[in-house]
Design a protein around this ligand. Sequence first.
Ligand SMILES: Nc1ncnc2c1ncn2[C@@H]1O[C@H](COP(=O)(O)OP(=O)(O)OP(=O)(O)O)[C@@H](O)[C@H]1O
Ligand SMILES: [Mg+2]
Length: 292
Amino acid sequence: MLSGRAVEQDAIDALLASARSGVSGALVLRGEPGIGKTALLDYAREKADGMQVLRCVGAESEAALPYAGLHLVLRPVLGQTTKLPPAQRAALDGAFGLGGVPTDPFAIGAAVLALLAEAAETGPLLCLVDDAQWLDRSSVAAMLFAARRLDREGVAVLFAAREYAEVLVSTGLPERRLAGLAEPDALLLLKAHADLTDDQRRQLVAETHGNPLALLELPAVVSTTAGPLPLPLTSRVQDAFHHQVRALPPACQALLLVAAADDTGDLLVLLAAAADLGASSTDLQPAEARGW
Ligand SMILES: Nc1ncnc2c1ncn2[C@@H]1O[C@H](COP(=O)(O)OP(=O)(O)OP(=O)(O)O)[C@@H](O)[C@H]1O
Ligand SMILES: [Mg+2]
C-alpha cells in the first residue's frame, strides 16, 4: 500500500487502461533517491494483471556496455525477432553481438519499436525501465526512440530515473517529477511504521521533506537520538545519496564534506577550511546545478 501518490497512481492506471484498449503510451518518473520511483513501478506491475511485463533495472557495472540494458529488457521477447523483417532482425543481432555488424542507432530504434509491436500482437505489454540513470546510453536512446513513436500497439512504457539523469531530460514524453509525500501522507506513513511522539513525527517529516525512504529508515534512529535533529543516517539512506555525491568532481565533494562537518554556519570559516583542501566556492557549481 502506497501512502499518497494518488495522482501518479491515476496516471499509471490510465496508461495501463489505454494499453489494454490498444493505445500505447509512456511516462517518465524522475526524482531523488528513495522518493518512491521503484515503488510506483512495482505498483504498475501489480496492476498489470493479464499483461505481458518486460522489466529491466540499470546497473552501474553495465553502463559502459552498449545495448546491455536493451538486451535485458527485451530478453523475454527476443525469440520473436524471427517475425521481424530481415533488416530489423539484423539490426538487433548486430546490437546484441549475435552476428552481422553493429547497425546505426536509427535502425536499432526502429527494430525495437517493431519488436515491441510484434510482442504486443498477442496482448497488451508493459515495459518497466528502472534506474535508467545507470543504463548505457545506447539502450536508453533506443528505448526512447521506440517510446516516442508508439501509437496503437497496446504498449505502455514506464521509465524511472534519478533526478540528475541527463539521459532522460527533455525526452518529449509525459513526465512526472516526484516530490516528497504531502505532510498528511507522510505523517500517516510514520504512524503506521513507527512509534514516535507527535513532535518527533512532525520534525521528521519537516527534516526529510517527505522522502519515503528517509521516513521509513530514520524512525529507528530518531527514538535513540537525544535532542534536536540533524539525525544520524542509516546506511540505506546514506547509500542512496552516496551515489550522487560520488559522481561529483573531487573539489565539489570536498566542499560538501566541509559544509556537512561545519557547525559554525559561518561562510568565511567554511571557505577557509575548503581552501586548505584546494576547493573554492566556484567548485560548488556542479552541486548547485543539481539543485542542492
Ligand atoms: N508512497 C509510498 N508509500 C509508502 N512507502 C513508500 C512510498 N514510496 C516509496 N516507499 C518506500 O520507500 C522506500 C524507497 O522507495 P523506492 O525504492 O521506490 O525509491 P526510489 O525512488 O526507487 O529510490 P532510488 O532512486 O534509490 O531507486 C521503499 O522501501 C518503498 O517501498
Ligand atoms: Mg528505485
